[in-house]
Design a protein around this ligand. Structure first.
Ligand code: ZN
Length: 63
């Protein structure tokens, strides 16, 4: 599948945030904030899938 610049941009933005949250969760294992970060990383991943799907629906370049 071919994807455009904007798709890559959306994806890399989300991935950077997810990595940051995961890193925080790993660095603070067992703490409450680590649990929150892990949960946020999970929902961010879901948001990313939703945002990318929405983009694919509308973008004339991707497909
Ligand atoms: Zn696109």
């Amino acid at each position: 599948m071919k994807t455009c610049q904007r798709f890559a941009h959306i994806k890399s933005g989300f991935e950077r945030d997810i990595r940051r949250l995961r890193g925080h969760a790993e660095g603070h294992q067992g703490s409450g904030s680590a649990k929150t970060s892990a949960k946020n990383a999970f929902s961010l991943k879901r948001n990313m899938a939703r945002a990318l799907n929405r983009h694919l629906d509308r973008c004339p370049e991707c497909g």
